[in-house]
Design a protein around this ligand. Structure first.
Ligand code: UDP
Length: 138
């Protein structure tokens, strides 16, 4: 069993897509083992996306990610890091496969509804960024 971090970004929360996203995870057999709603500060968003701080889109991404509340979840399942990335679809929704969350709901390369960890090391960092061990109930 593997774990990954999923975020429903401010656009997804603002557009009432929380249930839609969760439904896709549950239908796919993925367990939600932790969940919370929060509104990131600039510092918290910068810490989370520190790997992107030199990228040209960083400032805009920070404005977006702090623009409203998000939902953070820990997902659990077999190969759930890759499974979640498959359900999400490509970063750019125009390149995302049909039936993926981003293809169906993203409006922009930035406003793409969901985040998901991309590797075991990033999953470990990202899960611990939002949750302590007592908040994860497997
Ligand atoms: N992003 C953006 N412009 C880009 C690439 C990425 O605004 O050209 C944003 C987008 O919201 C994306 C996030 O930055 O989800 C993180 O980028 P990454 O390449 O890690 O994509 P992801 O892992 O989210 O698919």
């Amino acid at each position: 069993m593997e774990r990954t971090l999923s975020l429903i970004k401010p656009d997804g929360v603002a557009r009432n897509l929380i249930g839609e996203v969760i439904k896709r995870f549950e239908t796919a057999g993925i367990k939600i083992v932790a969940m919370k709603k929060l509104h990131l500060s600039r510092k918290q968003a910068e810490g989370f996306y520190a790997v992107h701080k030199e990228r040209p889109f960083f400032n805009s991404l920070m404005e977006f990610m702090t623009s409203g509340p998000i939902v953070a979840m820990v997902l659990e399942g077999e190969d759930v890091i890759a499974h979640n990335r498959k359900l999400m679809g490509a970063t750019n929704f125009k390149e995302a496969e049909e039936g993926t969350i981003r293809r169906d709901y993203a409006t922009d390369i930035e406003k793409n509804v969901v985040h998901g960890s991309d590797a075991p090391e990033t999953a470990a960092f990202e899960i611990s960024y939002f949750f302590n061990s007592m908040e994860i109930v497997g």
